[in-house]
Ligand binder design. Structure first.
Ligand code: SF4
Ligand code: MG
Length: 327
């Protein structure tokens, strides 16, 4: 498959009152056409900031890309002027956020907001745009779309609103969609439906999809590849199936162990203990060492590189071999 997005050694810093926060520290990732990449991490791991840098919607200042490259469809996005960037953002890549209610305008009908994409970007007439809005609503399986096109966001359930966000992102048939915790605000049954819809549409249009989540349980069925982030770095990357079978980093192993099992409903088991570090003071050596159950003296001093640990697999743990051997 054609390579769509290549992020190389990306660095992003934020200036804060207390100093420089290193939000992203040398992240590399790839997305091919028709592929879903899950980016997994706790809040503060740098996953959303990475996405914002790719979309070109970083809060600048205080945020700033301080190094690296972002190639999209062969173009270096960091070298584009803002207006070129904006046209890429509208038509070639789109983003879905967690909170549909704050992303949608409460005083405009959803049909108007969906139609706006076609009026602004495609010069469609009002009537045409409304028709396209209905089609989009049908595409994201909103029941009775034609009778609901003039309804306002608050008249829809949370799940239906998130479908409208997906419709908005799909409007101009982008090649890449970035979904940042798209189902986190929904209840579990609705989460599964929205995730399934997103996966179906991704396959239908052969888009690249980056799925940002803190929930490893969400990615198993939909993602092809996964990148696990910690303290602004990639600590493990692998095909999803292989990562589930045999994690090559203690952090990933901890996350896997914390997924509630079907037979132990509702219990949060063995979640990774402790808190992620402040990005103002990332620990020396391996950034994970204060929380790592198998840390050794070497880990306090030497920052592990991203070791190649198999075909298309990498781990930033000095002791990855022991982990894989133990499986
Ligand atoms: Fe744990 Fe050391 Fe591996 Fe870091 S390098 S994950 S501290 S064992
Ligand atoms: Mg986030």
């Amino acid at each position: 498959p054609e390579r769509l997005l290549e992020v190389r050694d990306l660095h992003v810093e934020f200036r804060t009152r207390e100093g420089v926060a290193k939000a992203v520290n040398g992240v590399s990732l790839d997305v091919a056409e028709g592929e879903t990449l899950a980016v997994l991490g706790e809040s503060g791991s740098g996953k959303s900031v990475t996405a914002q840098a790719v979309m070109g919607i970083l809060d600048t200042p205080p945020g700033r890309v301080t190094g690296g490259r972002i190639l999209f469809e062969g173009r270096d996005l960091l070298a584009l002027r803002e207006e070129e960037r904006r046209s890429v953002r509208g038509a070639r890549m789109a983003m879905i956020f967690q909170d549909a209610l704050s992303a949608l305008n409460p005083v405009l009908s959803v049909g108007y907001q969906l139609g706006e994409m076609f009026r602004v970007h495609r010069g469609s007439s009002r009537k045409e745009a409304r028709e396209r809005a209905v089609e989009l609503m049908e595409r994201v399986r909103i029941p009775a779309a034609r009778t609901r096109v003039d309804d306002y966001p608050h008249q829809f359930s949370g799940g239906m609103r998130q479908r409208i966000m997906i419709a908005m992102a799909l409007a101009l048939e982008p090649r890449l969609i970035i979904a940042d915790e798209p189902t986190t605000a929904l209840d579990v049954t609705v989460q599964a439906q929205v995730m399934e819809l997103l996966a179906d549409l991704q396959r239908e249009f052969r888009m690249g999809l980056i799925l940002i989540t803190h929930d490893l349980g969400v990615v198993a069925d939909v993602a092809d590849e996964i990148v696990v982030m910690y303290a602004g770095r990639v600590v493990e990357s692998a095909p999803v199936r292989e990562l589930y079978r045999a994690p090559a980093h203690p952090y990933t192993k901890g996350l896997l162990d914390s997924i509630p099992r079907l037979d132990q409903k509702g219990q949060q088991l063995d979640a990774v203990k402790g808190l992620p570090p402040s990005l103002l003071r990332i620990p020396p050596g391996c950034g994970f060492h204060p929380r790592c159950p198998v840390a050794r003296p070497l880990c306090h001093a030497d920052e592990p590189p991203l070791y190649e640990v198999g075909r298309g697999r990498a781990s930033a743990c000095h002791f990855w071999e022991e982990l894989l051997d133990a499986e």
